[in-house]
Structure formats: structure tokens, C-alpha cells
Write a protein that binds this ligand. Sequence first.
Ligand code: XIL
Length: 347
Amino acid sequence: MTPRKVAIGAMFVLVVIVAATLARQGRDAKPLPGHSLRYLGERRGVLIGTAVRGDVLRGNRAYRQLVAEQFSTLTPENEMKWETTEPTRGSFNFGPGDEIVDAARGANQDVRGHTLVWYSQYPAWLNDLSAKELAAATREHIQRLVGRYAGRVGVWDVVNEAIADGGNLRPSIFLRRLGAGYIASAFVAAREADPHAKLYINEIGAESIGPKSNQLLELVRSLRVAGVPIDGVGFQVHSNLRGVPDDFVANARRFKALGLDVAITEADVGLKLPADEAALREQAAVYRTIVRDCLAMGCKSLTFWGFTDGRSWIPETQAGMGAATLLDEALRPKPAFLAVQQALAGR
Ligand code: XIL
């Protein structure tokens, strides 16, 4: 082959690769109406966030554009969980987390690190450790992760879902082997690794005043009294058409009264599928309440657990449920999106 033919061949291959990449990345996002959520949130002093999926962020241009345009804080949906970040002991896989942190930097967004110590999605090798080894491994895990992202991840969900629905500490490998002190130790380790990051405890189903939130309140109160470095409480607010409990704001204010920040960290509103117009309208009303509650309690941030029905954990994990987010599968705004905009604008 002549050099000329080689060059033409190489050019051809390059064009095919570029075309294939562009095709995979898809089209530009259709513009959403009105002001962006991040702009509206900024005017109220609240960061607006979404959980993101690294693979979709990489591969889908419209998704990536909307993430950058609409949100001021990102939470990696799975990419910073222990099973992903340290699949075998001492060998860390930061790639998926780095990708999201880099994207966030490019779009001038904060990142919520999620999550360091949780009863779920941890690697199996933890099961083989003695109590002493587990304590050391947990400390090392926290320090490596928080240390790596110091200055780039502003907030950490240090401990996730520590309380059971009945109000006791939730059974987990950590509670069983390390005792209740695992919670304080996790916060101490995180603070050491990044003195500037805001450290949160994050909880599911603790919106109303009751055994679970009472226990959470007692826990954080005792942590504060003991001088444990904890800055905030995250309420996940995974919700449905039953709506958000009426006493959510009153409940959250109890935590604020202890001097803690509060945030909504994983909001979504699952519907029974197929969702009709009436259900979508009711869903919009629930979202409106979530925004109003967040503003009323003085939340630092409001993060949605995904923003498109095409990429949401609800249909993936709850049979017959879905349509839980602000945009439909084609990234078109649902009534919920407009309701969130209006509520942020104070209407
Ligand atoms: C979920 C993810 O969305 C799913 O993709 C994954 O399969 C399971 O975890 N509370 C949390 C989140 O703190 O980490 C969970 O995320 C949803 C419930």
C-alpha cells in the first residue's frame, strides 16, 4: 500500500469513529421552558441537584446538557458507593467518581459524595474481616475517598440510613461488628480527611415526626454533645401520591434547632404505571409541596433522585411503579417540572 492509500484509509476509519460517536451521543436537548432550576434556586439561596449516572452522562449529549444547565449540585447515583470505589481491599477504583466530579467542575457545580458507610452496596470482602480489621478498613476507605476529593466534593453523606423504621439503629455489618460507635468514628475519619467538607447523616423515610426521626434526632444530639463533627441531616424524601407528611417542616426544624444544616437529598414521587394525566397533576402538587417545604425549613439544597423517567431507580426496583421524576423519558417537561419552577419562583 502506498502512503497515500494508508492515509486515506486512516482518515476513513477516523470519520467512521467520529460519526459513530456522534450517533451514540445523540442529539441536543430540546430547550426547557422558563428559567433553569439552578437559576431559580440560586435566587432563593438553595442549591438544586440531581442524582446522575456516569455512563449516561458520558454517552448521552442531551442528558449531559440538561444536567449542566438545570442543576447546581450533583450526586453520583452509584459511582462513589463502596462496592464501586473499593471492590477489593486497598485497591481503589476512582474512575467513575472522577468522571462525575470533573463534569461538575466544568459546569460549575458542587458534588454531594454518596455514600461512605451504608448497610447496602458494599463489597463482599468486608464480610470476611474481623471487627478490628473492619474498623481499620472502614477508616481507610473513608480517608482515601474523602481525601481524594478534598476541595472538589463539598458535602458527604457520611453515614446512610442508620436508623430502622421502628426507631432502633438499623442492623448492619457495621453495627453488628463495631457497635453503635461506628457512626461517630465515620464522621471523625471524614473530618480528618477534609476539614472543609460538610458532613451529613442521610436518612430515608424520616420526614415525619415519629419513632424513626425521634431516634435520628437523639442520635445527632448525642453526636453533637460528644463533639463529633457532624454538620447536617439529609432527608431523602422518596415519595409517592400519598405525599409528604404534614409535619415534615416541623420535624426538620427540630434538627435545625440543634445547629445542623438540613437538605432534601433524593426527592422523587413514584406513580403507579401507566400514569394518567390526573396522576401527573397530583404528582406535580407533591413536588410543589417538596419545594415549599424545603424553602420553609431553610434547606441548603434540594436534590432530585434523577430528573428523567428514562433514568430512574423507581421502575428498576419497584415493580409496577415509575414516572417518578420531573421530565418524561424523552426529556420533555412534565407538570411536575413546571410546578417545581413555579414553587421556586414563589408562585
Ligand atoms: C439506589 C440507586 O438509585 C440504584 O441505582 C441502586 O440500584 C440502588 O441504590 N437510598 C439511597 C440511594 O441512599 O443510594 C439509593 O440509590 C436509593 C435509596
